[in-house]
Design a binder for this molecule. Structure first.
Ligand SMILES: Cc1cc2nc3c(=O)[nH]c(=O)nc-3n(C[C@H](O)[C@H](O)[C@H](O)COP(=O)(O)OP(=O)(O)OC[C@H]3O[C@@H](n4cnc5c(N)ncnc54)[C@H](O)[C@@H]3O)c2cc1C
Ligand SMILES: NC(=O)c1ccc[n+]([C@@H]2O[C@H](COP(=O)([O-])OP(=O)(O)OC[C@H]3O[C@@H](n4cnc5c(N)ncnc54)[C@H](OP(=O)(O)O)[C@@H]3O)[C@@H](O)[C@H]2O)c1
Length: 403
């Protein structure tokens, strides 16, 4: 009978791995076994979002950081998902497997839990299934998907599937445990912008994480790392493998420089760190934050802190865009354009311009708004405004941390 992971077994397994990892120099290849000290929901009741504040203890790691850096976190898959895959493979989970580029055998269950990605199947995975199916209808379906003319259809098909879907949709394809692991990608670490400043919190880091849950192909999916941190990491145990990823995205050395920060949603994380640090140091430069999320009532992340900084004059400007509090969408770039003249005066005076958060839509629209602010403020044509923005990038005063 297949073994079922008990929470205590998982904790022991993680603790064993962590003991092996615990030494004094830490990097991506040698992560530090950190402790999760706090796991707090930032959204209020009724919110459509789940954004969490995590405090991770790095005491004793020797890890140092700067505001603007990111933390790399190695997650583990959901054990329920691992057991589903083991069942669909017709395995027990105890079978020894050897991962590509390694020579130490380990049990299949352990490989699927902490080393391999169960998501993101590729064309190669489909080809492996096509080579194994014995059922004629399944073979035809796979061959159809793999035709060069079906590329778009195949990409769409894959974007809604994980390994478990393929095992269930093509059950005649049988793989030995030792073979299936050759078709899976490595489970890679996820990066999170730090939401704390080392000046205030030298021995811990804070993260602001959007927990990823969605439904595709009639299955509920869990973002691996965000739900691992949210639901499956026990507090106060050294089981979170982390490393520091240093960044170009930092505060100016010259503390008298003004900074403009555009960070909707989790994009606010590094700006919480920036404002914390500028307040703690009493930096003379001015601070302007543009923040947005769905609803003020439930989604104003760190709202109390930012309102307090604003009252105390640490944040000279705080402009908010709650997209779903009215019928028309209001986003951070709309607030930028409403304040174009003043924004231009900060930029033209040498201010830094930072953007953090969603890369696909927000960062592009904010970039377009920045061009427009410069075009209007400087009374420039489009080409000259574009050149001004390019120069800001060359001068490293237009910095982005987008994902
Ligand atoms: C420099 C940097 C800084 C970052 N900082 C932060 C941060 O401060 N806070 C933060 O929350 N994240 C941040 N991220 C993103 C973070 O690294 C992870 O990508 C994110 O948490 C998702 O990881 P996961 O393991 O939970 O989800 P995964 O298991 O990696 O799943 C995410 C994938 O699921 C798919 N997906 C997601 N939603 C849907 C949907 N609705 N429909 C279909 N498919 C979908 C997409 O393919 C997506 O890539 C940052 C990324 C980088 C590169
Ligand atoms: N798939 C998921 O389940 C899921 C969940 C959370 C986050 N994410 C991803 O994780 C990243 C961060 O998410 P997040 O929670 O930090 O916030 P987010 O999803 O980026 O949303 C933050 C705010 O930005 C608004 N927004 C949407 N489009 C925008 C645009 N073009 N320009 C400016 N603002 C825009 C949103 O409004 P509206 O939402 O009202 O349009 C919301 O008010 C994003 O890449 C997001 O796609 C995915």
């Amino acid at each position: 009978m297949a073994k079922v992971f008990l929470p205590s077994a998982i904790i022991q397994l993680l603790a064993d791995i962590m003991t092996q990892l615990a030494t004094s120099t830490h990097s991506k290849d040698h992560p530090f076994p950190a402790v999760l000290r706090e796991n707090r929901l930032l959204n209020g009741p009724g919110s459509a979002k789940e954004t969490r504040h995590f405090v991770i203890d790095i005491e004793g790691s020797g890890i140092t950081y700067l505001a603007g850096d990111s933390l790399g976190v190695f997650p583990a898959n959901d054990p329920r998902h691992v057991e589903e895959v083991i069942r669909a493979l017709g395995a027990t989970g105890d079978e020894p497997v050897i991962l590509p580029k390694t020579d130490e055998p380990l049990p299949l269950r352990e490989a699927l839990f902490g080393r391999l990605s169960l998501a993101g199947p590729s064309r190669k995975t489909l080809e492996a299934f096509a080579g194994r199916v014995t059922d004629e209808r399944e073979r035809e379906r796979l061959e159809e998907l793999l035709r060069p003319e079906s590329r778009v259809v195949m990409m769409e098909f894959l974007s809604h599937r994980e390994l478990i879907d393929l095992l269930e949709e093509f059950p005649s394809a049988r793989f030995a445990p030792a073979e299936i692991v050759e078709h899976l990608r490595r489970l890679v670490p996820r990066l999170y912008s730090l939401a704390s400043s080392p000046v205030c919190h030298p021995r811990e880091v804070h993260l602001t994480v959007a927990v990823v849950r969605y439904r595709t192909n009639e299955r509920d999916r869990l973002g691996v790392c965000s739900t691992w941190l949210a639901e499956r990491v026990p507090l106060y145990q050294p089981v979170v493998p982390v490393f520091m990823s240093h960044s170009h995205f930092g505060l100016p050395e010259d503390e008298s420089r003004d900074i403009i920060m555009v960070g909707p949603g989790t994009g606010v994380a590094p700006f919480r760190a920036f404002v914390q640090e500028r307040a703690a140091k009493g930096s003379p430069g001015r601070n302007w934050l543009f923040f947005g999320d769905q609803r003020r009532e439930t989604d104003y992340l760190y709202g109390d802190e930012f309102e307090d900084y604003h009252r105390r004059g640490v944040l000279q400007r705080l402009d908010l865009a709650f997209s779903r509090d009215q019928t028309e969408k209001i986003y951070v770039q709309h607030r930028m354009l409403e304040n174009a003249a003043e924004l231009w005066s900060w930029i033209d005076g040498g201010g830094m311009f930072y953007v953090c958060g969603d890369a696909q839509r927000m960062a592009k629209d904010v970039d377009a708004a920045l061009h427009e602010v410069i075009r209007r403020g400087g009374n420039l044509d489009e080409e000259a405004a574009a050149e001004y923005v390019k120069q800001m990038k060359r001068d490293k005063r237009y910095l982005r941390d987008v994902y």
